[in-house]
Write a protein that binds this ligand. Structure first.
Ligand SMILES: NC(=O)C1=CN([C@@H]2O[C@H](COP(=O)(O)OP(=O)(O)OC[C@H]3O[C@@H](n4cnc5c(N)ncnc54)[C@H](OP(=O)(O)O)[C@@H]3O)[C@@H](O)[C@H]2O)C=CC1
Ligand SMILES: O=C1O[C@H](COP(=O)(O)O)[C@@H](O)[C@H](O)[C@H]1O
Length: 592
């Protein structure tokens, strides 16, 4: 496939040299993990020369925020050879330590006029500001081609900012304060001149403080590399750090993803790249490891010995609604399965990591992904929604959308059976199902346990023993919950058994608003915490599972099974599950 990104430029030797140097440094770092941890502990115990509110915060992995390594890949000419404010191993403090409070955070949302920026990024930044999670000195720049003044940007984003339902004090004042820190610069995505102008404006606002610059690429993927080239050459931080959050899609297959990574790495080092998968920022996905590794009752059951199958289910009750320009080129397998559902699967199935350090966790995720069998055509069912009338209303087919070609065979639904060929999971089907325009909107993990051996109450269950097995449901959204289906005696003199739920319903137990996934992820990127971002080898392993299948589907032009808008999806999904002796938990009729 031809490179869809702009050709890497002539000065790449300089960057490659920097990259080489940095990778050498990184590999030293990776082979000496204890050094990093020692540094963290030392940093923990250091008195802060000046109180800084950042020092009171906790990063999302539970470490003190300043315990998270701030060290990033440094550009060739950067004078910053040690992270600002870091402690060295003998307990001394680097000379620039006291300057830390004199640094400033500059966030540039590239593609600020777009849907994601308005819907998610600006509101998440405001929520962080509202919760006092941003440093004292910060600014937010919007960048896009659309012409807008600072005031017009503020106007635009003010429409989507909200205060937490449970915390409304000073909402208006806080919003105004936040908006005053927001600015806009209009420019082309591939223009170094325009990025130099942005740099100038950033510097004006940074007021001589050490800049920590975060760029969020909220733009179509074909311009990622252009932006990274311009930002790294003309608007990166000379003496602080520069990080780039990259939105999906990270390519369409193994080759294009590797090419994207190769092109990005002409200008950035791996640890400057924050590949976002917003499902990793969701509360219940974040809780998965806590559930597994901090409760004795779950982890011992977490294997082929007790688990019959695992189901990862995503559904939306609306269709593509004008996003066909993007979606038709990718389809549901790339849009949801290869990233969101596979990331959940990796966290679910990985071995216990050595620690909560980003690299320890990501190493385990890579291992489990690499143990997975590449998908075959027999392991998948694809579907596409068709028009349907209900209650006097007509719901259009996928191909009725003006942004979709009339003869499109892009799947809007897929169900797949995946297998992990390792000792823990040998033979356990991991079923995935993802679809648009279905009967409900939901994302959940269902764990179906094996039958109780020699069950004394067998005759109380009738013939369908599957129905009597325990099922653990982790409902990611909506109505976050964790519940365990158990068998219970119905109170009374007889011996009648009943299916009941041990139910942890979040809104009942934790009556406060759950932060949006983007808040957690932005905060982590600001803090340099990489645990919830995708490393390049992880991405490569993920594509390895799906690429052969995606190619075969496209080469053979496999037609999707049509299903009515608002239905439960194609019947083929049931046959696929049945082939592996599985019944979809969400369709059992007793779902909560
Ligand atoms: N929207 C969502 O819910 C989600 C989006 N994403 C990803 O986030 C990124 C941004 O998404 P979204 O905001 O929806 O995208 P948009 O299509 O809204 O694009 C964002 C901005 O990029 C500019 N742009 C759009 N098309 C082009 C083009 N062909 N060439 C150059 N510039 C263009 C426009 O700004 P201007 O014309 O002013 O320059 C636009 O406002 C994408 O990578 C997407 O895949 C990921 C998950 C969910
Ligand atoms: O990444 C994507 O996610 C959304 C669903 O996200 P959610 O947080 O609302 O569940 C999906 O609609 C979109 O197609 C996809 O690109």
């Amino acid at each position: 496939m031809a490179c869809c990104y702009s050709p890497c430029s002539s000065s790449s030797t300089t960057f490659s040299a920097a990259l080489f140097k940095h990778e050498a440094h990184l590999s030293r770092k990776l082979t000496k993990p204890t050094t990093t941890r020692k540094t963290i502990l030392l940093t923990h115990n250091l008195p802060s020369p000046r109180p800084n509110k950042q020092f009171e915060l906790k990063s999302t992995n539970g470490y003190s925020r300043n315990a998270v390594p701030l060290q990033d890949g440094l550009a060739e000419n950067s004078p910053m050879k040690e992270p600002v404010g870091s402690a060295v191993e003998d307990g001394t403090i680097s000379s620039s330590y006291s300057e830390k409070s004199e640094s400033t955070l500059s966030m540039t949302v590239v593609g600020a006029s777009g849907d994601l920026a308005k819907k998610k990024i600006f509101p998440a930044l405001f929520a962080l500001f509202y919760e006092d999670c941003l440093p004292e000195h910060f600014i937010v720049f919007g960048y896009a081609r659309s012409k807008m003044t600072d005031e017009e940007l503020r106007n635009m984003i003010s429409k989507t900012l909200t205060c937490r339902i449970d915390k409304r004090e000073n909402c208006g004042d806080k919003m105004e304060e936040f908006l005053q820190r927001c600015f806009y610069h209009s420019g082309q995505y591939g223009s170094e001149e325009n990025f130099s102008e942005l740099d100038k404006r950033l510097k004006e606002k940074e007021g001589g403080r050490i800049p920590k610059r975060l760029f969020y690429l909220s733009i179509p993927p074909n311009i990622f590399v252009d932006v990274v080239r311009c930002a790294s050459r003309c608007a990166s931080s000379a003496d602080g750090w520069t990080r780039v959050i990259v939105e999906k899609p990270f390519g369409r297959d193994t080759e294009s993803s590797a090419e994207l990574t190769r092109c990005l790495k002409q200008y950035l080092t791996e640890d400057q790249i924050f590949r976002i998968d917003h499902y990793l920022g969701k509360e219940l996905v974040e809780n998965l490891s806590v559930l597994r590794f901090s409760n004795l009752v779950f982890e011992p059951l977490w294997s082929r010995n007790y688990i019959r199958n695992v189901q990862l289910i995503f559904s939306e009750d609306f269709g593509i609604e004008g996003r066909g320009g993007y979606f038709d080129h990718y389809g549901i397998i790339r849009d949801i399965m290869q990233n969101h559902l596979l990331q959940i699967l990796a966290l679910f199935a990985m071995e216990p990591p050595v620690s909560l350090d980003a690299e320890d966790i990501r190493n385990e995720k890579v291992k489990v992904l690499r143990s997975m069998r590449p998908l075959k055509i027999d392991d998948i069912v694809v579907g596409q929604y068709k028009g349907h009338s209900k209650g006097g209303k007509f719901y259009p087919a996928y191909i009725d959308d003006p942004t979709v070609p009339k003869d499109s065979i892009t799947p809007t639904f897929a169900a797949a059976a995946l297998f992990i060929d390792n000792a823990r999971w040998d033979g356990v089907p991991f079923l995935m199902k993802a679809g648009k325009a279905l009967h409900t909107t939901r994302a959940e993990i269902r764990v179906q346990f094996r039958h109780v051996p020699g069950n004394l109450y067998k005759r109380n269950f009738g013939t369908d023993l599957d129905k009597a097995t325990n099922e653990l449901v982790i409902r990611v959204q909506p109505n976050e919950a964790i519940y365990l289906k158990i068998n219970n005696k119905v109170p009374g003199l007889g011996m009648r058994l009943d299916r009941s739920d041990l139910n942890l319903l979040y809104k009942a137990r934790y009556p406060r608003e759950i932060p949006d996934a983007y808040e957690r992820l932005l905060l982590d990127a600001i803090e340099g915490e990489r645990r919830l971002f995708i490393r390049s080898d992880e991405l490569d392993a993920a594509w390895g599972i799906f690429t052969p299948l995606l190619k075969e589907l496209e080469e053979k032009k496999i037609s999707p099974e049509l299903y009515p808008y608002g239905s439960r999806g194609p019947v083929g999904a049931h046959y696929l599950a049945a082939k592996h002796n599985v019944r979809w938990g969400d369709l059992s009729g007793e779902e909560s």
